[in-house]
Design a protein around this ligand. Structure first.
Ligand code: SAM
Length: 278
């Protein structure tokens, strides 16, 4: 289960990649914009300000997240839906998936499916965390492998589910898109608190499957404490803060554009209702 309040603890740090991603989308007059895995919807709401004439749809498989998004009072249509079975409509001109695809095994095939169904000139903008080899995830795997946890917790941890910028670029150029792919490491400076801030961060995302298997009782408390010690060693507090480097992978692609063309160019013969060159 996703808990919107826990997820929103680091809203500022989690929102920034979304804005950096959307800044690279050149659509001017999209008809429909779909935010897949929209979470609590606060970032989706900013899309309605960027494209006030578009129909903006936020989809998420978590009823808790969609309920929270519905309380924003924004003009966005929020609905519970599974991205794995979602398919673009003929008027879907922009698709956004920010911090979603790492939860969907085999998502490269899903991307190819969406790209086949999107109209020419549509934009797809994706960000995934590229930190599965970071000390935070290594600490999680190390604690999960201890005798007390290895049978229940270790099987719940995923192998690195994301590709590289080059890997995604190959998928997208192979589907005939113009591509802009990059990676960034953000240096988050998280304030120290009662709970180690990296542990508090992970509670909102990577630790969800662990909590789901351990429940809310003493096992979860013990695991939480052990991981907290491991994280405190990996991310020491200095001057009241913890340095938490976070690598993220981005790509923005435009369908039907020749691979040699820049992502902002208009594909030949495109429909005038499609987004135009920025
Ligand atoms: C890390 S959050 C990202 C939320 C938001 N996009 C953001 O950037 O803050 C991942 C979201 O993906 C949603 N999610 C996970 N699997 C999904 C699926 N199969 N279909 C739709 N949403 C899914 C979760 O419910 C969660 O809200």
């Amino acid at each position: 289960m996703w808990d919107p309040s826990t997820y929103l603890r680091y809203d500022d740090e989690r929102s920034r990649p979304f804005h950096d991603l959307i800044a690279r989308v050149g659509a001017e007059r999209p008809r429909q914009v779909v935010d897949l895995g929209c979470g609590p919807g606060n970032q989706t709401a900013t899309l309605a300000r960027r494209w006030p004439d578009a129909r903006i749809v936020g989809l998420d498989s978590s009823p808790e997240m969609i309920a929270r998004a519905g309380r924003l009072g924004s003009p966005v249509t929020f609905e519970v839906a599974d991205a794995r079975s979602w398919r673009p409509g003929p008027d879907t001109d922009v698709v956004v998936a920010n911090a979603l695809l790492q939860w969907l095994p085999g998502h490269e095939e899903l991307l190819r499916t969406w790209l086949r169904d999107l109209p020419p000139g549509a934009w797809i903008a994706v960000q995934v965390p590229g930190n599965f080899d970071a000390p935070s995830h290594r600490a999680l795997r190390e604690v999960a492998a201890r005798p007390r946890w290895r049978d229940r917790v270790a099987p719940r941890l995923r192998a690195d589910p994301v590709s590289s910028p080059a890997g995604y670029a190959s998928v997208l150029t192979g589907a005939g898109c113009a591509v802009d792919a990059w990676e960034t490491t953000y240096m988050h400076l998280l304030p120290a608190g009662d709970v180690h801030p990296v542990l508090a961060w992970m509670e909102g995302t990577a630790l969800r499957p662990v909590r789901a298997v351990l429940g809310d009782g003493s096992d979860w408390a013990a695991f939480h404490t052990e991981l907290g010690h491991a994280l405190a060693a990996a991310y020491p507090v200095r001057s009241g803060r913890v340095q938490f480097p976070f690598r993220r992978i981005f790509f923005v692609a435009r369908t039907g554009a020749a691979t040699a063309a820049p992502a902002g160019s208009v594909p030949r013969g495109s429909d005038p209702h499609q987004p135009r060159q920025p």
